[in-house]
Design a protein around this ligand. Structure first.
Ligand code: NOJ
Length: 768
């Protein structure tokens, strides 16, 4: 009875604070509603006002503004005040994250009320279910500590953007930031406080399906885009409305899974860990990311989710990270499966002391740690440290002051326009013989292949709460972009299976066309988590389809949709033009059509090398030199089919020689310059890339090339531009195995080039 009264009181306080008249419509039993994210031309509409607290929330219902409830108090004061009030069970509760499932609010009600759960993962299109759970925590539990809700907003929430690997090919931090700003606003409106993104794992192996979720193979570019994604999600303050806390994942080395098999063991030497796999995480931490997720992989014999070296020495002691680390799903319990921990208690103790603060799904912390704490086998201070970190993020997120989802009106038209822009920007033109593209006055166009009229696979591997019906197909995009053209569409075959019965009909349509657009690739389900491949060709009978269509002798424009680099030397050789479109999101059809028809010139560049065959994998641009001449395979060349950085457009650029400001670094700088000219017939954008080579480094041999900068330059036909980059002494350094940034005098080389395989290096000296 007393409880119920307090609930009523609290509700009334909230209503008054929000300036809402307390009427009988708002009884204590009324569900707290959320803004509903509505589709349709009217945009996202707010359907009902939210109960919104404008002042403080009396979380422990004692009628007093305690320090932890007081928004005017410093975060650390609030954290310490609250921590001092918590029982051990409540402390452990803050470290437990569960998935939202049907009926969770009923099943978990008692545990939530006991303060036994700190967080949920999962989301609904609107915030109702989330707010119901939140109400249980805030109103039923002793101290009213709000839950934090996390969700996999990876490449969009309702508006699905290109997969991250595709988006990275735009080489454009501001685009990445804008995309994730929209994703944050849509997520936040549906009650998501925290997104499990960006995924910043370096991936050198396209067999690994999760290469789709990251920014490719380069640590420097990966770092730039990681920081941009964090800024997009969090803004300058993730406590502001419309922003969400970010989560850098999967810390660390997950992308080096042996054989490309997901979740697999990783062996990464320290120089490579420091210089290749860690830098994007460091960049994300420096950009202010609120959280990290520890990986599933076993790293050099120690699971990433129980790895004190990476989680505490590197992340906390060397980088000064203040937020919290959540394990990946069940990863704490999986310390047992890795053969690292003997039982749940040991798994919990290893993970917590290593630096995993919150446990996702497996509940070893809450269930197994009490006995260890009682027995004095684990100091209480370890537990408190983790709880502090979680509370710090929750308070900074503003959850204590505003536990429920804030109303928002979202601009759906602007989000859709951005999705179209992003879809054009992720396209990489891989080949364009005799100006086959752009398609102009094309007569009859045959659009053939499993992606021709396919909505589903445009969405990619993590489509959030995106909907197939929002996706616009290539067929629709081309029909709108080529109004005077006869467009004949036939599927030819499916992505999977061996049914070749549609090939004859496809060939017939092809024969009657002036140009053929072949929309091929792999289905969305072939990439992402637990979707690894041992072959990198076209799936199903698509290669047969390609061969038959190609044999007609008509010009073939192949548009590739996939979540990874594919190994397609024959397709590249025999097509007149090839456009890599990745899985481009809901506006994939119009976006790809914009590029094919030339209303937008392609400007994407590859962020992962394309192998010629599976046997070459891993093949990446920033390898180390060997002591012997670079021989080829007995049965083929060693070079990738297409290098990192590669991409064409509808004009041609000519690079002058790379020039230096001198033979030595002077006053801490050296300028690297060249002239880039547009020697073609159309305006175009070039991504001008700067690579460095450190010829001798006693801290660990450096790669033959490392990306150090790039500039996007748009030039009209006949125009040329001086491009220069300033390298500082600092830029010539690298990470030592111990984690120090070291700069060693000696010989270096630099080159400005259109991709990682072009250009002649010029040498200079850094004097002692
Ligand atoms: C497992 C995945 O590895 C991770 O990326 C994701 O964020 C979590 N599940 C939560 O869904």
């Amino acid at each position: 009875m007393e409880m119920a009264c307090m609930h009523m009181k609290m509700r009334a306080l909230a209503l008054i604070a929000a300036g809402v008249a307390a009427t009988s419509a708002w009884s204590a039993d009324t569900d707290i509603q959320s803004p509903v994210v509505a589709g349709g031309s009217g945009g996202f509409a707010l359907q009902r006002p939210e109960i919104y607290h404008a002042g403080w929330v009396d979380l422990n219902k004692n009628g007093v503004k305690d320090a932890y409830e007081d928004p005017a108090q410093p975060v650390e004061t609030r954290v310490e005040d609250l921590l001092a009030r918590l029982t051990r069970a409540e402390r452990l509760g803050q470290l437990e994250q569960r998935p939202i499932r049907n009926g969770t609010d009923r099943k978990d009600a008692a545990l939530i009320a006991a303060g036994g759960i700190g967080s949920y993962l999962g989301a609904a299109p609107e915030a109702g279910p989330r707010n119901r759970l939140q109400r249980l925590a805030v109103e039923e539990s002793r101290l009213g500590i709000p839950l934090i809700f996390g969700f996999d907003t990876i490449h969009g929430f309702r508006t699905v953007f290109p997969i991250p690997l595709g988006l990275s090919c735009a080489w454009d931090s501001s685009l990445v930031e804008r995309v994730h700003t929209v994703a944050a606003a849509e997520s936040a409106a549906a009650g998501v406080d925290w997104v499990f993104a960006p995924m910043v794992d370096i991936a050198r192996d396209p067999r690994w399906g999760r290469i789709a979720e990251g920014a490719g193979e380069d640590p420097w570019l990966g770092g730039q885009l990681a920081a941009a994604a964090v800024r997009g999600f969090q803004g300058t303050d993730f406590g502001q409305s419309g922003r969400v806390a970010a989560c850098l994942k999967h810390y660390v080395g997950y992308g080096a899974a042996e054989g490309g098999r997901d979740y697999n063991t990783t062996e990464i030497g320290l120089p490579t860990l420091r210089n290749i796999y860690l830098p994007p995480f460091k960049a994300g931490v420096d950009a202010g990311a609120a959280t990290l997720m520890s990986g599933f992989n076993c790293l050099n014999g120690v699971p990433a989710s129980g790895n004190r070296f990476t989680l505490t020495e590197v992340l906390r002691e060397q980088w000064g990270f203040q937020g919290f680390v959540v394990s990946d799903w069940n990863a704490v319990k999986e310390l047992i499966d890795h053969g690292y921990a003997a039982d749940r208690a040991q798994a919990a103790a290893f993970a917590l002391t290593a630096g995993v603060d919150m446990e996702m799904v497996s509940n070893c912390y809450r269930t197994a740690l009490p006995a260890l704490l009682d027995a004095g086998k684990l100091p209480g201070s370890v537990l408190d440290t983790a709880v502090r970190r979680v509370l710090r993020v929750k308070i900074t997120k503003g959850l204590f002051d505003q536990p429920y989802t804030k109303p928002a009106i979202l601009d759906q038209a602007a989000a859709t326009a951005l999705a179209r822009e992003a879809a054009t920007r992720c396209c990489v033109l891989l080949k364009n013989n005799a100006n086959t593209l752009p398609l102009k006055n094309a007569g009859t166009v045959a659009l053939i292949g499993p992606m021709a009229a396919n909505r589903h696979d445009l969405l990619g591997c993590w489509s959030g709460l995106g909907r197939e019906e929002d996706a616009v197909t290539l067929q629709a995009g081309l029909a709108a972009a080529l109004p005077g053209v006869t467009l004949r569409v036939v599927e030819g075959c499916k992505f999977e299976g061996d049914d070749a019965s549609g090939l004859d009909a496809a060939v017939k349509v092809a024969r009657q066309a002036d140009v053929i657009v072949l929309a091929l690739g792999e289905p969305a389900s072939f990439s992402g988590e637990n979707s690894f491949r041992s072959e990198l060709g076209l799936t199903g009978v698509q290669q047969q389809l390609f061969d038959r269509i190609s044999a007609t002798g008509k010009p073939v424009v192949t548009v590739l949709f996939s979540g990874r680099p594919l190994a397609l030397p024959v397709v590249l050789e025999k097509s007149a033009a090839v456009l890599m479109a990745w899985h481009p999101g809901i506006q994939g059809g119009p976006g790809v059509a914009d590029v094919l028809t030339g209303s937008v010139a392609p400007s994407g560049r590859l962020t992962a090398s394309f192998p010629r065959s599976v046997g070459q994998v891993p093949v990446y641009y920033n390898y180390r030199a060997t002591g012997r001449p670079l021989d080829d395979y007995m049965d083929g060349t060693r070079d990738p089919l297409l290098p990192f950085g590669f991409g064409l457009t509808y004009t041609q650029f000519k690079y002058g020689a790379t020039r230096l400001s001198g033979d030595t670094v002077k006053n801490g700088v050296i300028t690297v310059a060249t002239t880039v000219a547009n020697v073609g017939k159309q305006t175009g954008t070039e991504v001008v890339q700067l690579y460095l080579h450190d010829l001798a480094c006693s801290f660990g041999a450096r790669p033959v090339r490392e990306l150090k900068g790039f500039q996007r330059v748009t030039l009209k036909p006949g125009e040329s531009q001086e491009i220069s980059f300033t390298l500082t002494t600092h830029d010539l350094g690298c990470w030592s195995a111990e984690g120090k940034w070291v700069i060693e005098p000696g010989r270096f080389e630099a080159v400005i080039a259109p991709d990682a395989a072009s250009g002649a290096m010029v040498g200079f000296t850094l004097e002692p």
